[in-house]
Design a protein around this ligand. Structure first.
Ligand code: SAM
Length: 273
């Protein structure tokens, strides 16, 4: 996909500039470089505290390279990891191949779309990492909720993180934000985010900070904003009982900036609509 920022950058880089999907094959190296191992600590602990011991296998949707899945496997859980992007699934499988036989035996990796999947199996818990619900627009989220319902054991839980609304400020938030950061390799990157409130989306562009690189990969993707209240409303409409939102920090040591939503599918009673 194109973003306004990528268009400007690509216009100045000529043939060196290569537009690619952040989760696609061409950007796989960059994705691996940016996904930091072990950064899921607070989220893993918040989710683990809500999973009843002995509640059975756990399904993680939009599992990425397993930032949360591997720590869950370390807890001894039996996991199924579902991920859409083939390049990311390959990266996940490479990581799993390097794990111990015991871990490999407890993890199934599936390439699939979380807004429409059928695994032929039910789970005690379905988890979605913070920020991953945001890859689906409004029209695809009902498919997610229906697929999750079809895969939960009776009484099973859906758990996912959503950012807390930021505290109100006198000045409106800027629509665009640019920040630099370092990948695992030491390489520097730029992340540019542009909010488009009318479309409930944010366009994201990531590229090497050294814009003289050849090729200069310019990776893009888009996320959709969804707040806690809206997520809870959608779940209720989709036949879930939202039980107990709690909070956690997105980074070790940070204040609690994320809400963990917990939802249980309402029993479907015979004769009810
Ligand atoms: N859970 C991982 C983590 O916490 O590091 C990855 C999170 S990343 C924000 C979102 C992931 O969702 C990406 O790996 C992307 O390929 C995947 N994704 C996007 N659309 C999807 C879909 N419809 N179904 C399943 N996965 C999807």
């Amino acid at each position: 996909m194109r973003t306004a920022y990528a268009d400007v950058l690509l216009a100045s880089t000529g043939e060196r500039g290569v537009l690619c999907d952040f989760y696609g094959e061409a950007a796989a190296e960059i994705y691996r470089d940016l996904v930091q191992a072990g950064e899921g600590g607070p989220e893993v602990r918040a989710i683990a505290a809500r999973v009843r011991p002995g509640s059975g296998p756990v399904l993680e949707l939009a599992a990425g390279m397993g930032r949360l899945t591997f720590p869950f496997l370390e807890l001894g859980w039996e996991m199924t990891a579902l991920e859409l992007a083939p390049a990311v699934v390959t990266a996940f499988r490479d990581r799993l191949a390097a794990a111990t036989a015991d871990v490999r035996d407890r993890c199934t990796v599936v390439q699939g779309d979380m807004s429409d999947f059928a695994l032929g199996k039910r789970f005690g818990t379905v988890v979605i990492s913070a920020g991953s619900l945001n890859v689906l627009d409004r029209s695809r989220r009902p498919g997610l909720y229906a697929s999750v319902r079809d895969h939960l054991e009776p009484g099973g839980k859906l758990l996912f993180g959503v950012p807390k609304p930021p505290p109100a400020k006198p000045e409106p938030e800027p629509l665009e934000r640019r920040q630099e950061f370092t990948g695992r390799s030491g390489r520097r990157y730029v992340l540019h985010a542009r909010n488009i409130p009318a479309e409930e989306t944010q366009e994201i562009t990531i590229h090497y900070a050294d814009v003289t690189a050849d090729p200069l990969l310019v990776c893009t993707h888009r996320i959709w904003h969804i707040g806690v209240e809206q997520a809870m409303e959608e779940l209720t409409l989709a036949g879930f009982e939202v039980t107990a939102p709690s909070s956690f920090g997105s980074i070790e040591g940070s204040s609690d900036d994320m809400v963990l939503v917990e939802a249980v599918a309402r029993e479907i009673t015979e004769g009810a609509e």
